[in-house]
Design a protein around this ligand. Structure first.
Ligand SMILES: Nc1nc2c(c(=O)[nH]1)N[C@H]1C(S)=C(S)[C@@H](COP(=O)(O)O)O[C@H]1N2
Ligand SMILES: [Mo]
Length: 526
């Protein structure tokens, strides 16, 4: 290269051009943030599901193929939602950066890219369950604001013809000023949207004012007698506190329904189609029951199970009132966010305590667990029975309808498999030779636990001591005294239910109808 007087050295020019390219990319990213931030704010007025970001996320989840979900769950576990949000944000930022770089005053390619992104948001929002054309509004307003910001910022980030001016601090400063203002506006709009959506407009206030129904004495849950909870440090408490209760659902945004907005439409193969509102529901006689829920995705030894005291209204009574057709065999329940579960009518009407629950451990249902109304059905995995935020019941047939997870390769019918797990001693807990208390939990909801057995190093099975069985619908705790000797040992547990079924040693994965196999724990005794 030649350096001659009168010519600017090219080494001085490159960083400046690079800086301008970076500014334009930044302009694109800020413009996209404005689209999403404004979208979030206006979604407060239209409904949380109309938020462009969450609508696209939810549509991605619902439409992704089975292998992609399996991958997400095995890779990220219960962090799959944050992982999705981060992945989406990075992808959007990347596309937006390109949009900023290609935007030109007379050839607005970048704006065109933003329009395409906004179009995806509009499409997703208007296709959410219960959406109307109004759901397009937050994305649309966001898009208009975003394009304005993109045009203003890219004009100010442009490399002027006169290369001297490129390095003058003035346009640069005005770019930074505008960029900072737009970024701050985007972030505040998003934050205000999330805050207002959650706290001021509706559901949280509704839940604060919720009165837990008073259950008549004859329908209260039986007392939990002493010893039912073995009360051993490290073992699961018999009743799971609400904040410790496992949570599984497809909802990227927890639905925020008020009792006022809530309705249950009952239709399909019935004599009388009806819609229950909140008043109709709580005019009924509530019952209180302790019931253990379990997720089909629970691995052997896993903790996707929880036990709570529920207050709710018997499902069978409501079914009797609407008059179910003799050839119907499925209750297809649907949540406000479009999730569905298919439950055998026969199970709901065989006398078990299947309820529309409104309270959990003496509290209104937490939003994450279905406020204001969810189903609780003893004995069935959650994905075929425990619909949260339930708003619609279609009485139909298994040969006519398929629920959410069944469409994705999971079983049609899914009674909970008999299971047991070792909780104490903890994995890798330092253990000394001599008597060691081993403890854990077993469940076979609606059949009940008959025996729990342990064995050490493939030796003979030995019976554990069972805590009192609270009811057939709850889990049961157990303890066992082990005379530990120095060395590495393998403990195994298996349970037998009151129907006489013993857990099989054969390991199967959770899909399609629940994991099987014996829980094993290795303990080093020194
Ligand atoms: N609306 C809705 N309800 C749902 C689900 C869901 O994804 N959406 N998941 C089900 C599954 S798979 C399980 S295991 C239980 C979990 O209930 P919990 O989150 O209260 O523990 O909810 C069930 N109800
Ligand atoms: Mo589940």
């Amino acid at each position: 290269m030649s350096i001659s007087t009168g010519e600017r050295p090219s080494v001085g020019e490159r960083p400046s051009r690079r800086r301008h390219l970076f500014s334009r990319a930044l302009a694109g990213v800020i413009a996209a943030a404005v689209v999403l931030g404004a979208g979030e704010l206006f979604a407060v007025l239209v409904g949380a599901a109309s938020s462009p970001f969450f609508a696209v996320g939810a549509t991605t989840v619902d439409r992704s193929p089975a292998w992609a979900r399996e991958f997400a769950i095995t890779t990220f576990g219960t962090n799959d939602k944050p992982a999705l949000f981060i992945g989406m944000s990075m992808l959007i930022a990347l596309i937006a950066a390109v949009a900023g770089m290609v935007e030109q005053p007379r050839a607005p390619y970048g704006s065109a890219i933003l329009v395409a992104l906004g179009g995806v948001g509009i499409y997703a929002a208007t296709h959410r369950p219960g959406a109307t054309w109004i759901f397009a509004v937050p994305s649309l307003i966001g898009l208009i604001a975003g394009i304005l910001v993109l045009r203003v910022l890219t004009t100010r980030a442009r490399v002027p013809e006169n290369s001297d001016a490129a390095d003058s601090p003035l346009p640069r400063r005005s770019f930074l000023l505008w960029a900072a203002a737009a970024a701050a506006a985007a972030v505040s709009a998003a934050a205000a949207g999330r805050y207002l959506g959650a706290r001021i407009v509706g559901a949280a206030a509704d839940r604060r004012n919720f009165t837990v129904p008073v259950v008549p004495a004859a329908q209260r849950a039986p007392m939990i007698v002493a010893g039912t909870d073995i009360g051993i440090r490290g073992a699961t408490p018999f009743v799971t506190a609400n904040q410790d209760f496992y949570r599984i659902d497809t909802a990227l945004q927890v639905p925020q329904l008020t009792t006022e907005q809530w309705q249950l439409r009952i239709h399909g193969m019935v004599n009388r189609e009806i819609t229950l509102d909140w008043g109709d529901l709580i005019a009924r006689q509530p019952i209180e029951r302790v019931i253990t829920l379990t997720c089909v995705s629970n691995e052997v030894g896993g903790n996707l199970a929880g036990n709570a005291t529920w207050i709710g209204y018997p499902i069978a009574e409501i079914l009797d009132e609407v008059g179910v057709a003799a050839d119907a065999d499925m209750l297809l329940s649907r949540s406000s966010d479009g999730y569905t579960a298919g439950t055998p009518l026969e199970v709901l009407r065989d006398g078990r305590d299947a309820i529309l629950a409104v309270a959990m451990n003496g509290q209104p249902l937490p939003f994450e667990h279905g406020y204001p109304v969810r189903q609780v059905v003893p004995g069935l995995y959650g994905f075929v029975s425990a619909t949260k935020w339930v708003v619609d019941w279609e009485i139909t047939r298994f040969d006519r309808a398929q629920a959410y997870w069944t469409q994705r390769g999971w079983a049609v019918r899914a009674p909970i498999k008999t299971a047991s797990r070792i909780e104490v001693p903890a994995a890798f807990a330092p253990t000394s030779p001599g008597p060691v208390l081993v403890a854990g939990t077993a469940w076979a909801q609606h059949r009940g636990i008959a025996t729990v057995e342990l064995r050490v190093d493939n030796g003979p099975w030995q019976s554990a001591t069972l805590a009192p069985q609270y009811s057939l619908d709850t889990w049961r705790q157990w303890t066992w005294q082990w005379q530990a000797t120095p060395g590495l040992h393998t403990l195994q547990v298996r349970a037998t239910d009151l129907d006489g079924n013993t857990q099989t040693e054969q390991r199967t994965p959770p899909i399609p109808d629940g994991a099987s196999g014996w829980h094993t724990r290795s303990i080093t005794v020194t």
